[in-house]
Write a protein that binds this ligand. Sequence first.
Ligand SMILES: [Zn+2]
Length: 77
Amino acid sequence: MGVHRTARCRGPYGGEGHQAGGTDCADPAVFEVARHNRPPLQVCPVHLGPSLLLAAGVLWPPGIRLIGRPATPATGH
Ligand SMILES: [Zn+2]
């Protein structure tokens, strides 16, 4: 309980509505990008940079929140 459900990356265009199906990325979202008058855009690390430039309504400077963990191999850290 209390564990984040894994969100899918919506980047880099932040597809909405009928365009939502156009995002091919199936990676789990790790960051959430704040947007003006739109729901936050959830993206994977690879699409974080592109989404800041390509997605509509992104604030500048960008508001980025960490919502998940990158799928890195466990290090026993
Ligand atoms: Zn992605």
